[in-house]
Design a protein. Sequence first.
Length: 161
Amino acid sequence: MRKEQFVCPYEVYDALEELSQQDAELMHRAHEAARNAYAPYSKFNVGAAVRLANGKVVTGNNIENAAYPSGLCAERVAMFAAMAQYPGVAFESLAVTAYSASKTIDEPVAPCGACRQVMVEAEQLSKQPLRVLCQGETGPVFVFDGIESLMPFIFLDKFLG
């Protein structure tokens, strides 16, 4: 037996102003989307924005339902909308942010496991790493270059053989 360790490389930007104009714009679009979330139960608004290879940006926000499993995360809303509206167009980057009615979120909010698995699929279809930006309502921005940095030991389509 041996122990091994997974290392998760990412960049930290102390503020939006440190990002490139393109990344800052994408994060701003995610913030706008979060403000429009439908989260009457959790009061936890999440917004996401996906930049595609054709330059288009598609946004999404979390949508809750009284029957909790019927809701959907912002990241998947944005990614599925992008895939439906622009089939076959590669994903370049995705920004995620969140607001809470009960406190200021001042640290990056990362996507859930289900959303990360959908990002794996999007990255495989795009045949290029998906750049993921995460921020809270305020505070630093974490930037991951590729989904494997966020989700080690990913489940790939090749396993279905």
